[in-house]
Design a protein around this ligand. Structure first.
Ligand SMILES: [Ca+2]
Length: 500
């Protein structure tokens, strides 16, 4: 379009004024947002002393470890649609794959956290698996690794190197090769982040990098050196390896591992359990090493002191727990996933036992960066917990999981209990309840819902679940993440108080 000189010069003047304003304003903090796929909090810093996770542990030592974060729906697409938009699964409408409505309508009206930061002046790039099967146009192109799921020739020959082969029973559940990190997807992702950090740290505008490592999602493919960190004979076994008694079959329904070659659909032997757990742990240590490379590059870039680092999973996993190898439940093992936050200006080596939710991440990052908050967000900024980790906080965290066979489960985790209510999708009638007491049963083995003398407790749990997430917010926190507006400067306040 041809512009008249007058319009052009006016536009330039506006740009110049904006640039002057930008130069005068302090630069906002950068954000390095790291996601690890299917990562349960079985990490050194979460108390698993047999794990080799020195880099995530060192991040925790320099930031705040949230001991009890919960995801809203324990499967890749649903949890990502939720935490990337700051809305809960019933609002996004995403259960398994991203829906056309979510991509074409919802995300246009309610932008992802990446787009929200880009629209507020950040340089934004994504790497690997951030969304589930969606790549958004951002400040620079998304980085997709070129490595396949399997990297060794004999495996590739056997399976064609495609994940889809798992469904045909041809692909192995694990491949531990004598290969360098950069032969694997997550190694290539770390390479790209290291390169990008070196560039974007020099930009005038702040950066937001969303880094999606793809392990420890199945198949458990990683360099062999990470498996060698573990002595298979001492790999701990699940404390609750059998399905819970007295719960409906649909409480556990997903046996992801049985799609792969060589593993039975029912009883996995103790030797197999140790081997499988070791393979998962190897992938966790592999991701940990890539996190270390990224953190080192952040230090080297000179931007570490002005960068917020957030590390999360996307949901947990059952490693034989409740008889399951997979996710997609309303249990602790699926809904509990890590959250570590390091933000400039807050103390190091902190731990918060507050109940927080992944839906809180979006409003928290906007809050920490001083950015505008959309009014529809369904999470709550946990910034106050960085200042005071033991501040009174939410009374419950909410999760859900629908089953395709006509029931849906809604769960709350309170300080002491997990309560799950399964309902008929058509009429809402309660078909089953589960109640676990974490004070006496942290592994969620004994369902108390059918035991005598529990009626009052069950009624109270049901009341809290039905009251919903807004009723569980800390006192004094509105159902918006916004902190109160910043108080006026001292000078302004003084002048306002002066009598005329
Ligand atoms: Ca996942």
């Amino acid at each position: 379009m041809k512009k008249s000189p007058g319009i052009l010069s006016a536009a330039l003047a506006t740009l110049a004024a904006a640039a002057a304003l930008h130069a005068a304003a302090p630069k906002r903090p950068n954000v390095l947002f790291i996601i690890s796929d299917d990562l349960r909090p079985e990490l050194g810093c979460y108390g698993a002393d047999y794990m080799h996770t020195p880099n995530i542990d060192r991040l925790a030592k320099t930031g705040t470890l949230f001991a009890r974060p919960y995801v809203q729906q324990a499967v890749c697409a649903a949890t990502r649609a939720s935490f990337l938009t700051g809305c809960r699964p019933d609002t996004t409408g995403v259960d398994y794959p991203y829906t056309k409505y979510f991509v074409d309508t919802f995300l246009k009206e309610k932008p992802s956290i990446m787009r929200a930061f880009m629209e507020q002046g950040y340089h934004v790039r994504t790497f690997g698996k951030v969304h589930h099967g969606l790549i958004e146009p951002l400040s620079e192109p998304h980085f997709k690794p070129s490595a396949g799921y399997y990297v060794m020739a004999e495996t590739i020959k056997r399976t064609g190197g495609k994940k889809g082969d798992a469904a045909k029973g041809r692909a192995p559940v694990a491949e531990l090769g004598d290969k360098p990190d950069s032969a694997y997807q997550d190694g290539q992702i770390a390479d790209a982040v290291v390169e990008t950090l070196g560039r974007v740290a020099k930009l005038d505008e702040p950066f937001f990098l969303a880094v999606g490592f793809q392990k420890p999602h199945l198949p458990w493919v990683a360099p062999k050196k990470y498996a060698d960190l573990y002595d298979i004979d001492t790999v701990p076994l699940s404390p609750n390896p059998r399905p819970n008694a007295g719960v409906p079959e649909y409480a556990t329904s997903h046996h992801a591992i049985t799609k792969f070659a060589g593993y039975p659909s029912d009883d996995v032997t103790v030797a197999q359990q140790r081997e499988l757990r070791r393979d998962y742990f190897a992938c966790v240590s592999f991701v940990d090493a890539q996190v270390g490379r990224v953190l080192d590059a952040l230090e080297k870039s000179g931007a570490a002191a002005s960068t917020i680092v957030v590390f999360i999973g996307d949901h947990g996993w059952h490693l034989q727990d409740q008889g399951m190898w997979g996710k997609t439940t309303n249990y602790e093992h699926s809904t509990w996933s890590p959250l570590i936050v390091r933000a400039p200006g807050f103390a190091a080596a902190q731990r918060s036992n507050a109940l927080v939710e992944y839906v809180d991440i979006f409003p928290s990052l906007l809050d920490l960066c001083g950015l505008a908050q959309p009014d529809y967000l369904e999470g709550t900024s946990f910034k106050p917990l960085l200042a005071q980790p033991d501040a009174p906080w939410k009374t419950a965290a909410f999760s859900q999981f629908p089953r395709r066979n006509a029931v849906e489960g809604y769960a709350i985790r309170t300080d002491r209990y997990r309560y799950v209510e399964w309902r008929d999708k058509k009429n809402g009638a309660v078909t089953a309840c589960e109640l676990y007491d974490h004070k006496t049963d942290p592994d969620e083995i004994a369902n108390l819902a059918d035991q005598p003398g529990r009626a009052a407790l069950l009624a109270e749990m049901a009341r809290q679940l039905h009251a919903g997430w807004k009723a569980a917010l800390p006192a004094g926190v509105a159902n918006r993440s916004n902190n109160p507006p910043a108080p006026p400067s001292e000078k302004l306040r003084d002048s306002e108080n002066e009598p005329d």
